[in-house]
Design a protein around this ligand. Structure first.
Ligand SMILES: Cc1cc2nc3c(=O)[nH]c(=O)nc-3n(C[C@H](O)[C@H](O)[C@H](O)COP(=O)(O)O)c2cc1C
Length: 179
């Protein structure tokens, strides 16, 4: 059983992240969630707290701060890092090594050797855009395991590749990474 840091971007697939947090908790993992501000505007972090019995964070400044430096605390706590769903913007920020919110700052502060899994979810054209493919390749080179998105109905109303994989596939990939 592992301490899993779950990072979530602002995607229509966020409801699946909530299910993922619940399923991982049922597998007796400990799951702490960090959501981008926009993700937290789509789904209430409190729901992740309810699913996991652990904290959910969006910001480490001001009244939301829980320790002296939440990004260091969370990164040091994690035995695995899972970013699901990863929006196009979040993929790109991680590939660039930006640290402009709590998700990217904590991800950057996770020590080398900790398993990292990223599950992109986006519109098919966004996914096939050269910039996004380039950024996913960069993350692979940096040691991230990238889960290939599924094909099918996308929340934007079209069929194509870009769906967040089923929770079971994310769980299986994580189990493989954790050995
Ligand atoms: C309802 C809604 C659903 C969205 N779904 C996605 C998505 O699945 N993938 C994506 O890359 N962007 C999606 N977007 C756009 C992103 O939220 C936007 O680009 C945002 O800046 C992503 O940054 P963040 O994930 O760092 O918060 C969506 C926006 C809205 C309003």
């Amino acid at each position: 059983m592992a301490r899993i840091l779950l990072g979530c971007g602002a995607s229509a697939a966020l409801h699946k992240a909530c299910d993922l947090a619940s399923k991982l908790t049922q597998e007796e993992h400990r799951v702490r969630t960090v959501l981008t501000e926009r993700a937290a505007s789509l789904i209430d972090p409190q729901l992740f707290e309810a699913m996991t019995g652990e904290g959910a964070w969006t910001d480490e400044f001001g009244p939301e701060r829980r320790t002296a430096m939440d990004h260091i605390e969370l990164a040091g706590w994690a035995e695995a890092l899972v970013i699901a769903p990863a929006s196009a913007d979040l993929v790109s920020r991680l590939a660039l090594g930006l640290a402009n919110d709590l998700v990217t700052t904590a991800a950057l502060a996770v020590p080398a050797g900790i398993p990292r899994l990223l599950a992109p979810a986006m519109n098919a054209h966004m996914l096939s855009a050269p910039a996004i493919q380039r950024n996913l390749d960069t993350l692979r080179e940096d040691g991230w395991r990238i889960l290939e998105p599924d094909e099918g109905y996308l929340a934007c109303g079209v069929e194509g590749k870009g769906r967040l994989p089923d929770v079971e596939r994310i769980q299986a990939a994580l189990a493989e990474l954790l050995g």
